[in-house]
Design a protein around this ligand. Structure first.
Ligand SMILES: CC(C)(COP(=O)(O)OP(=O)(O)OC[C@H]1O[C@@H](n2cnc3c(N)ncnc32)[C@H](O)[C@@H]1O)[C@@H](O)C(=O)NCCC(=O)NCCS
Ligand SMILES: Nc1ncnc2c1ncn2[C@@H]1O[C@H](COP(=O)(O)OP(=O)(O)OP(=O)(O)O)[C@@H](O)[C@H]1O
Length: 196
C-alpha cells in the first residue's frame, strides 16, 4: 500500500484534485473535514478547547473566528491548540488506514502537510498553479478580500518551496481535463507500485 499526501496552498485546487482521486476509487482522508468535525457541536475537541481557550466555544461548537484570534500570532497558544487537535487527527487517520487496509493507494488530503510533519505518508503530491491564477480563484470567493488573502498566504509555506519538496507536482493552472489526466496517470503509476 502506498500512502500519498496531497497538499497545496490556498486556491491551488486541492479539493478539486482530491475529488478526482475519490472519483477514481481512491479512498481519501480529508484532514480539514476531520478538524471541523472535532470542533463542531458535540465534537470531541470542544470541551478541551473551552478549557484551554475559555469563551471560544458555544452552542455552535467552536467559534473559529474567536479561536483564530486566540492562536494566530501566538505560537505558544497555537501549540496548545495543536496538542488538542493533532492526536485526535492521528487516531482518525489510523482508523481510516485500518478500514482500507487492502487498498493499494490511499490519499491523505492535508492542507498543512509539510508544516505539520507528515511523516505518515510515503510520497507527496503538491497541487500548483501560477500565482496570478491562484489569486484570481481566491479573490472570486465570497467573504474573501485582498487583506485576508495576504494574511492567509503569509501563514503558508510558499508554493515554490512546496513544489521543491514534492515528489509529484499536479498542475492545476490549465484545464480540468488536463489535470484529470495527470491524476489518472499518477494513480496508475502508484497503484502498480503499491500492489507490489
Ligand atoms: C484556528 C482555527 C480554528 C482557525 O480557523 P479558520 O477557519 O479561521 O482558518 P483556517 O483553518 O482556514 O486557517 C487559515 C490559515 O491559517 C493557517 N493555519 C491553520 N492552522 C495552522 C496551524 N496549526 N499551524 C500553522 N498555520 C495554521 C493555514 O495556513 C490556513 O490556511 C483553525 O485553523 C484550527 O483549528 N487550527 C488548528 C488545527 C490545525 O492544525 N489544523 C491544520 C489542519 S491539519
Ligand atoms: N485544472 C484545474 N484543477 C483544479 N481546479 C481548477 C482547475 N481549473 C479551474 N479550477 C477551479 O479552481 C478552483 C480551485 O478550488 P479548490 O477549492 O479545489 O482549491 P483548494 O486548493 O482546495 O482551496 P483551499 O485551500 O482554499 O481549500 C475550483 O473552483 C476549480 O473548479
Amino acid at each position: 500500500m502506498i500512502r500519498l499526501g496531497l497538499t497545496g496552498s490556498i486556491g491551488m485546487g486541492k479539493s478539486t484534485v482530491a475529488a478526482m482521486f475519490a472519483q477514481q476509487g481512491v479512498p481519501v482522508f480529508d484532514a480539514d473535514a476531520q478538524v471541523h468535525a472535532l470542533q463542531a457541536p458535540g465534537g470531541a475537541a470542544v470541551a478541551a478547547i473551552e478549557r484551554e481557550f475559555p469563551g471560544t466555544t458555544g452552542a455552535m461548537g467552536v467559534d473559529r473566528a474567536a479561536l483564530g484570534n486566540a492562536v494566530f500570532g501566538d505560537d505558544d497558544a497555537m501549540k496548545r491548540l495543536e496538542a488538542i487537535i493533532h492526536p485526535a487527527i492521528a487516531r482518525a487517520r489510523e482508523a481510516f488506514a485500518n478500514r482500507h487496509a487492502d487498498a493499494t493507494l490511499l490519499l491523505f488530503d492535508v492542507p498543512l502537510l509539510f508544516e505539520t510533519g507528515g511523516s505518515y505518508v510515503d510520497k507527496v503530491a503538491v497541487v500548483s498553479a501560477p500565482a496570478e491564477v491562484q489569486r484570481e480563484r481566491v479573490l472570486a470567493r465570497p467573504d474573501m478580500n485582498e487583506a485576508r488573502f495576504e494574511a492567509i498566504m503569509a501563514r503558508q509555506m510558499p508554493d515554490a518551496e512546496k513544489r521543491a519538496r514534492a515528489d509529484f507536482v499536479i498542475d492545476t493552472g490549465t484545464s480540468l481535463d488536463a489535470t484529470q489526466g495527470q491524476v489518472r496517470r499518477l494513480i496508475a503509476c502508484l497503484s502498480a507500485a503499491g500492489a507490489r
